[in-house]
Structures are given as structure tokens and as C-alpha cells.
Design a protein around this ligand. Structure first.
Ligand SMILES: Cc1cc2nc3c(=O)[nH]c(=O)nc-3n(C[C@H](O)[C@H](O)[C@H](O)COP(=O)(O)OP(=O)(O)OC[C@H]3O[C@@H](n4cnc5c(N)ncnc54)[C@H](O)[C@@H]3O)c2cc1C
Length: 478
């Protein structure tokens, strides 16, 4: 029997009283709790759940123990900025949302060990600043950084714009503290870069989307703070030229390319049309663009800027780059980034879209892009392909916008079919149907089609071993 079948249809008043005793003012009433029960775009809403905001690991553990006893589903929640519906209970599910927002202390910063120990509810941007104050860099960076929390970032194994140089969220963790599904606290807050003492248990919880336990704190890796950045916006011959340029820039800069983001013209145009204050960095119109950021961490490197500019100059000579704007000020660099960061907002102005967050090997991006485009257009001529994103690490947000004038409902009714067209193509290119956003509820039904049977069976065994009652974020991921 699944927990959904055994879980109570509504939360007993006595259970809610015990929750209140556990978290005190951390139990929200229905008015205060409302924002935590609705997905930020309004796509999913929970009607039968309560929200608790514990202030300590012990309080989280007590809440989990109470839920385990009463077989009540738990939905861990960070900043609620996720894109796959993982942080909201199902509509009628009598669940407890455990929002970590009050657990927002930086417990320790150790600049000599290039590490900091932080609680799960810390806002990502706050942690970037904390690192900066210690003359260090915490490199995780993404559009929602002003509101997402590190616990959510780690639980979704977030990617963002610096994966190329620093890796995904999973690569930035030395240790974790987790409340397990029976309320036990696992203290794995080690600040070690070497520890071969058996299974690397923290990896199970990173990217698990709250289905195995609740991350309450983490030891994060820090890096030397960049001393200089070069941000360029370039027009490219085509997508093949983008990959060739990426390879050249990595080589010319000693692998210091932090971000390499691709935008086709229609995506730049979306930003120009819908985002106030965005200006075209070029005086002519081109079909393909890349936003490239190279950073250096050495105090002295007189040749750094010259290397970057020489590599771009050679690419112009060779016809890969048709035009290039190198930011001359922070304000200009910020303007280039504004174009990239506004894609989600700009997409809204183009009407409904069917979104995909896919990855293929970097070398196969151009072929994948063309092949998939052909297949989507064969199914829906006039569809608009808005495929942009982190090509430096093989991740494209391959969004399909409705043909102009098409009825929204009729277009969205094709979602399953279009997802199938795109994701089948991804599978043929040995890719992933979720590069950085996770599975949540959005991609759960599709997962069995794209994961091997052995892999799925292993995932189910891990889930059953760590959450035998099935109370941790049920119905998400697996
Ligand atoms: C404008 C915008 C841009 C974005 N850009 C990117 C991007 O570039 N790259 C990227 O990867 N994502 C991106 N995202 C998606 C989102 O910001 C990330 O997935 C982020 O990591 C989610 O963090 P959160 O705190 O909001 O988590 P939530 O949305 O609250 O939760 C996400 C999942 O993690 C679980 N969870 C949350 N906290 C915990 C915890 N402490 N313990 C256990 N489970 C937990 C939840 O149950 C849920 O399943 C973007 C979102 C927006 C709105």
C-alpha cells in the first residue's frame, strides 16, 4: 500500500496541536501559510496542508517524528522557486510543509579551509555575500538567487551559470546535516576534501528533492575570489561556431571560462520586446549569440585581458565570430547579463510555451538542436523554438512557443506529445530530460520512459531503505 492510501484524509486537531507544541510560533495559520501552499507561478496549489517553519534542527526532527508516527506526508520547502512542483503538496493531500526559511544562520566561515557551514534556509545571495566578505567566492549563481535557499539548491542539485568552471551544487558540498525520515539527525558536517571511509552518503540527499530526508545544514566549498572578469557578448556564425569558440576560449584562458550562454536571435528579440531597459548590444542583427564570462583568480596576470581579446580576435578572423562587444564597465556587463537573466520573464510575453530543461554532450548540441527543431516543426509547423542556455555545460532550455495566433488551450493540449518529441530526441542523443531543474511532479510520469530498469529499481530500493513509510515528499521524483 502506498502512503497516499494510508495517509489521513485530513490532519487531526490533536496532531496539529502537537506540531504547534514542537515548533511554537513556527506553525502558520491559513492566512500566513497561504504563500507557502502555492507554487510561485500559481501552477500548483495545496488545499489540505499545514505549514511549519521550524527554527532548529531539533525542531525539524520533532516534526518529522510526529509525522512518521501519524503517517502524515512531509513536503520540505526552501524558497519555493523550483520549476517542477516539488515543494508543494498535491491538491488534496493532508500534508505538512516544512519550510526551512527560519533556519538561516551561517554557523561558521573557515577561509583557510575554503569552507563555510550554513543552515538550509540561508538565501543563496546572502551566502554569496558572506563568502565575498571573507574574500572568497561561493560560485553557485542562478536567476532566483535572491529568493531560493541553499537547502533547495542542494536538494535540486541546482546548476546555473557557473557550472562550467565550478560544477553543479552537488560539487560544492563537503558535508551535510540531514533529518532522516524517522526523525533521526545525521550529523555529516565534515569539512574534508578527502574522506574515503565508505559510501558517500551525502550524495544520496543531494538532488533527492526532499524524497529521502530534510537537509538542515551543509558545509560548502569556497573558492578564491575572482580578481578580474571579462564579459563579452558575441555574434556567431552558427551554433557549431559556438562550440568551436567555447573550446578555443577554454584553451586560450587556461580553462577560466566561467559562463558560456547561448541565445538565438528570437530569444534576444524577446528580451528587447518585453523587458524594459534592455538594449541590443550590437548595431546589426545576427542569428546567433553567446554571452561569455571569463574570470581570473590570480592577483597578477597582466596578459589576461589580452589573451581573451586575442582569442576573440582570432575567432573573428576565422569567421566563427561575426561581431563582438567586450563590456567596458560593470554596468555594461550587467546589461549583457540582464538579457540572459530575463529569459524566463521575456518568455511570458510571448504567450504559452512548452518548456524543456535538457542536456546532451556539449559536442552534440548543434546536431541535436537542428534535429529536434526539424521534428518539432514536422509536428507543429510555425512553432517557435526558443532554445537557449548553458551550452558550455551541455544544458539547453529548449522551449517551444505557440505558433502566433494559435489558441492557447489547443497548444497546451499538445504538451504531452511535444514533450515526447523533444525528450525522445534527447534520449537518442544520450541526453537527460532534466539537466538542472529536477523531476518533482512535472517529469515524474516521464521518468520510467527515459531511465533504465536497473537504475529505476536501484532508486526505488534507496527510497524504500531510507523512507520505508513513504512519507518524504510522496509522489515526487519516483
Ligand atoms: C527566475 C528563475 C531562474 C532559475 N534559474 C535556475 C538555474 O539557472 N538553474 C537551476 O538549477 N535552477 C534554476 N531555477 C530553479 C530554482 O531556483 C532552483 O531549482 C532552486 O535550486 C530551488 O531552490 P528553492 O529553495 O526555491 O527550493 P524549493 O523550490 O522550495 O524546493 C525545490 C525542491 O527541493 C526540496 N527541498 C527544498 N528544501 C529542502 C531541504 N532543506 N531539504 C530537503 N529537500 C528540500 C523541495 O521539497 C522540492 O522538491 C530558477 C528558478 C527561477 C524562478
Amino acid at each position: 500500500m502506498t502512503v497516499a492510501a494510508r495517509a489521513p484524509a485530513s490532519l487531526a486537531p490533536d496532531f496539529v496541536r502537537r506540531l504547534e507544541a514542537a515548533v511554537g510560533r513556527g506553525l502558520l495559520d491559513s492566512a500566513d501559510g497561504a504563500p507557502y501552499l502555492t507554487e510561485w507561478r500559481g501552477l500548483w496549489r495545496a488545499k489540505n496542508a499545514v505549514v511549519v517553519r521550524p527554527a532548529s534542527t531539533e525542531e525539524v526532527a520533532e516534526v518529522v517524528r510526529l509525522c512518521a508516527e501519524a503517517l502524515v506526508p512531509i513536503v520540505p520547502q526552501g524558497g519555493n522557486t523550483g520549476l517542477t512542483g516539488g515543494s508543494i503538496p498535491y491538491e488534496d493531500e493532508a500534508a505538512v510543509v516544512v519550510n526551512l526559511g527560519r533556519m538561516n544562520r551561517v554557523r561558521a566561515v573557515d577561509p583557510l579551509n575554503y569552507a563555510m557551514t550554513v543552515e538550509a534556509g540561508c538565501i543563496l545571495q546572502t551566502l554569496q555575500r558572506t563568502a565575498e566578505e571573507a574574500d572568497r567566492l561561493f560560485p553557485l549563481s542562478l536567476g532566483a538567487e535572491g529568493s531560493c535557499q541553499i537547502g533547495g539548491n542542494l536538494s535540486t542539485n541546482a546548476g546555473g551559470v557557473a557550472v562550467l568552471k565550478y560544477g553543479n551544487a552537488r560539487d560544492l558540498v563537503l558535508g551535510l546535516e540531514v533529518v532522516l525520515a524517522d526523525g533521526t539527525i545525521w550529523d555529516g558536517l565534515r569539512g574534508l576534501r578527502k574522506d574515503n571511509t565508505g559510501y558517500d552518503l551525502k550524495q544520496l540527499f543531494l538532488g533527492a528533492e526532499g524524497t529521502l530526508g530534510i537537509i538542515t545544514a551543509a558545509v560548502l566549498k569556497l573558492f578564491p575570489k575572482p580578481r578580474d572578469k571579462r564579459t563579452s557578448f558575441v555574434a556567431l556564425r552558427d551554433l557549431d561556431a559556438a562550440i568551436e569558440l567555447l573550446v578555443r576560449m577554454r584553451s586560450a584562458t587556461g580553462d577560466q571560462v566561467a559562463s558560456f550562454e547561448y541565445l538565438p536571435r528570437n530569444c534576444l528579440q524577446m528580451a528587447l520586446d518585453h523587458i524594459p531597459g534592455v538594449a541590443d548590444p550590437m548595431s546589426r542583427v545576427y542569428d546567433h549569440y553567446a554571452l561569455i564570462e571569463v574570470s581570473r583568480t590570480a592577483d597578477e596576470d597582466a596578459g589576461f585581458a589580452e589573451h581573451v581579446e586575442a582569442a576573440l580576435g582570432k575567432a573573428v578572423e576565422d569567421g566563427l565570430v561575426l561581431d563582438a562587444a567586450v563590456a567596458q564597465s560593470q554596468a555594461q556587463a550587467a546589461m549583457f547579463w540582464k538579457i540572459r537573466d530575463s529569459m524566463a520573464e521575456a518568455q511570458k510575453g510571448e504567450g504559452p510555451a512548452i518548456r524543456h530543461d535538457i542536456a546532451v554532450p556539449v559536442s552534440r548540441i548543434p546536431a541535436f538542436y537542428r534535429e529536434c527543431r526539424g521534428r518539432v516543426l514536422a509536428r507543429l509547423p510555425e512553432a517557435r523554438i526558443h532554445g537557449f542556455g548553458h551550452v558550455g555545460d551541455g544544458n539547453l532550455h529548449y522551449n517551444i512557443a505557440a505558433p502566433r495566433g494559435m489558441d492557447s488551450q489547443a497548444f497546451l493540449a499538445l504538451m504531452g506529445e511535444i514533450n515526447g518529441v523533444v525528450h525522445d530526441c534527447v534520449a537518442e542523443y544520450q541526453g537527460s530530460i532534466s539537466a538542472e531543474h529536477g523531476i518533482g511532479r512535472l517529469r515524474r510520469a516521464e521518468l520510467p520512459r527515459y531511465k533504465g530498469a536497473v537504475e529505476l529499481a536501484l532508486m526505488r530500493k534507496v527510497k524504500a531503505a531510507l523512507d520505508p513509510l513513504g512519507i518524504m515528499n510522496p509522489g515526487k521524483v519516483i
